[in-house]
Each structure stands twice: as C-alpha cells, then as structure tokens.
Design a protein. Sequence first.
Length: 160
Amino acid sequence: MQEVFVEYKTFIVFLHVISAVVWVGGMIAMRYAAHQSFIEIESPAKRLERIAHALKRLFTIVLPFVILLLLTAVMMIKGYGLSQSEFSVLSHAKEGIWSVMFINLIVMMKRRNRAEKMLSDGDFAGAKGQLELIGKYMVPINIILGITAIFIGAYFSSTL
C-alpha cells in the first residue's frame, strides 16, 4: 500500500481534504444558512417537510465523501507510517473524531428517516422532536469535531 500511496500521494491527500470540506462545509451551510431560511416558513408542517427533504439531500451528497474520507485516512495513516511515528496519538485522535462523526451521521440519518415517516403519518410533534435534535445538537457537534479534525490535518501537513 505504501507504494500506491507514494505514487498517488497528492491525489489521495486532495481527495481526503475535499471530502472533509464537503462534509463539514455542507453541515455549516445547512445549519447556518439553510436553517435560517427554514425558520421563515410559516406553516410548521411545510417547514418540517422542507427540513427533512434538505437533510435527505445533504446526507445523500455527503455519504460518498464520508466513505472516501475514511478510505483515504487509512491510506494516509499507512502511507505516512503514522501508527509507528511520534504522531500516532494525533493520528488515532483524528481517526476517533471522524469515527464519532460517522456514527453521529448514521444516527442523524436514522432520525431523519423516522421524522419523514412521522410526517407522512401526520405526527408533526414526533417529527419535530426527531429533527430538532439534529439541528440543535447533532450537526453542531459534528461541525466542531470536523473543524478540530481539519485543524489536526493542517498540523500534519505542516510537519510531515
């Protein structure tokens, strides 16, 4: 794997960085741009439908990038030999951050799917409960974790 990494290092690092940008940037755009527009929708039912639809689109866009991010992370850890280096603690911390973010993403996707079913059943209060947790806590947590992981990656790029 190290030979492949050396041969395609720039491309692998690029895919890793762009994947992080799409994932974290998508969440930032959703939380701080789109969310503000959703609040202005007067009909609570329509607002919840639009939020559920936007989240579905976001998750559809970011999921391939999340998988690509995890694959390129493994390639970079192996390629740079980070597990056996002085940076092993930081590389494992970064792995842990992306793993927590991935688990959080899967839970958000499940909550969104439940909300969509509740909306189709007319349970607007239940749908709101599912979606509210995503917007208030789960996305902001992933944004903070993602920015932290990106910072660690920037540190690596300046020292490796």
